[in-house]
Design a protein around this ligand. Structure first.
Ligand code: NAD
Length: 438
């Protein structure tokens, strides 16, 4: 099938590459000329394991192309996915400007039946608005004497995770499609035919809500674990054991019950905000989610307070950050908890050094006054403490004996409980985790 994907970022590019790898002819569109230039030269603008190899293979087979022109892509494709960003506005609403612009441009260039599919995360009823936008633009065309064309709008929220995006796309837990016609359902079933998984078919509004509800629920689990960690610290319990004990209960499950420095990234914070706003507008005050958001903010502050408490005077102390990305296996710095934590410590006069295997180039653009080092050992030299902010696998292989000798003080703050059973205390470190009863 001829498919177009508008927006070639973390979601659009991965979706495009994966859809071409299951046999479709895909044209990825982006209005960032530099990005498209790079992509045409087979350069991947983001860090995503396995993406480059697959992308290059698909380009060689001529099943994957890149363009800046929505016109070119619309004319050729039958199914057009919208995968542009839907960032937060200051009031928490999802900013749907890019979605509207794309819908308008698609409408202006429709030459035959098209199925327009929202893949971006959007609030409920966005599909109806896209439909109206396209109808209004088509009407203008008809008034100018142009022939009638049919179209459908559908929702197909994306659940891939950065860092394991290809695996998630090719082997999803489920594919959700929100449709209003048999034609739209059949086309989307055809698109996903080679992917063997459960397909949830529903109306557009429900599909849109499934995505917001899923991300909000996962954020709720994280905040629950973080709230637990606060209690554990106060009463001398161990949050890891509590989560383990809870997690064996099949109704609860162990995943996402991880206490740490809070969730971040381009999705959870903005999607929780957008869901709160959607609820407010519909007349329901989703206080539970407001607390989820507050607990997340408080958790970062609690981590900074722990560091201040244990290091005593922060001014001029050298603190080394192990990782800055919002999670491992990505270079994405959007809403990374590291940003707020580092800024708070800098405000107290700390000197921050950092090492991240992949995110340093993006972090440098937003973190001022941080010295980025080429490796962990260079960073640790002379540090008064280390703080682990991202649980990269590389950090499980550190030679702590070597590091300890080069540090001014052997103190470690483990914001992800990565070193909980590695015996750092035995090596002479002062070790502080999250919710470990200290
Ligand atoms: P992104 O910022 O990485 O990519 C968006 C791309 O759209 C950019 O390259 C931008 O240049 C392009 N764009 C914007 N306006 C355009 C236009 N008019 N024409 C063509 N291209 C245009 O964003 P992302 O992380 O890929 O997220 C996209 C959507 O998918 C968001 O709604 C997000 O919430 C959702 N989502 C993201 C993830 C994730 O892990 N990143 C996972 C699931 C869903």
């Amino acid at each position: 099938m001829n498919i177009a994907i508008v927006g070639s970022g973390y979601v659009g590019l991965v979706s495009g590459v994966c859809l071409s790898s299951i046999g479709h002819h895909v044209m990825c569109v982006d209005n960032d000329r530099e990005k498209v230039k790079k992509l045409r030269q087979a350069q991947v603008p983001i860090y995503e394991p396995g993406l480059e190899e697959l992308m290059v293979g698909m380009m060689k087979k001529k099943r994957l192309m890149f363009t800046t022109s929505i016109k070119e892509a619309t004319k050729k494709a039958k199914v057009i996915f919208i995968a542009v960003g839907t960032p937060s506005k200051a009031n928490g609403d999802a900013d749907l400007t890019y979605v509207e612009n794309v819908a308008r441009e698609i409408a202006a260039n429709m030459n035959s039946y098209k199925l327009i599919v929202e893949k971006s995360t959007v609030p409920a009823a966005t599909g109806q608005r896209i439909k109206r936008t396209i109808q209004m633009n088509l009407l203008k065309k008809y008034q100018q004497g142009k022939g009638k064309v049919d179209f459908d709008v559908a929702s197909n929220p994306e659940f891939l995770r950065e860092g394991s995006a290809i695996e998630d796309f090719m082997k999803p837990d489920r594919v959700v499609i929100g449709v209003e016609s048999k034609m739209a359902e059949d086309l989307l079933r055809e698109v996903y035919k080679p992917i063997k998984t459960k397909m949830v078919v529903t109306n557009i509004n429900s599909a849109e809500i499934i995505k917001h509800a899923s991300n909000s629920f996962l954020a709720t689990k994280i905040s629950f674990a973080n709230a637990l960690s606060q209690i554990c610290d106060r009463v001398g319990a161990d949050v890891l054991k509590v989560a383990e004990g809870m997690g064996f209960d099949k109704r609860i499950g162990r995943s996402f019950l991880n206490a740490g420095i809070g969730y971040g990234g381009s999705c959870f914070p903005k999607d929780v905000d957008a869901f709160i706003r959607l609820s407010e507008k519909s007349g329901y005050d989703f206080t539970l989610l407001k607390d989820v958001r507050q607990i997340n903010e408080d958790q970062k502050k609690a981590f900074v307070r722990l560091i201040e408490d244990k290091l005593w005077i922060i001014k001029d102390k050298i603190i080394g950050a192990l990782g800055v990305a919002f999670k491992p296996d990505t270079d994405d710095m959007r809403n990374a908890p590291a940003t707020d934590i580092i800024q708070a410590l800098q405000c107290e006069g700390a000197k921050i050094r950092a090492y991240d295997p992949e995110a340093a180039h993006n972090a440098k653009k937003i973190m001022k006054g941080v010295t980025f080092c080429k490796d962990i050992y260079t960073m640790a030299k002379g540090c008064d403490s280390l703080m682990l902010l991202t649980e990269w696998d590389e950090f499980t292989k550190i030679d702590f004996k070597k590091i300890k000798q080069s540090m001014r003080q052997a103190v470690i703050f483990d914001g992800r409980n990565l070193y909980h059973n590695r015996g750092l205390e035995k090596l002479g470190f002062e070790y502080y985790g999250i919710g470990r009863g200290v």
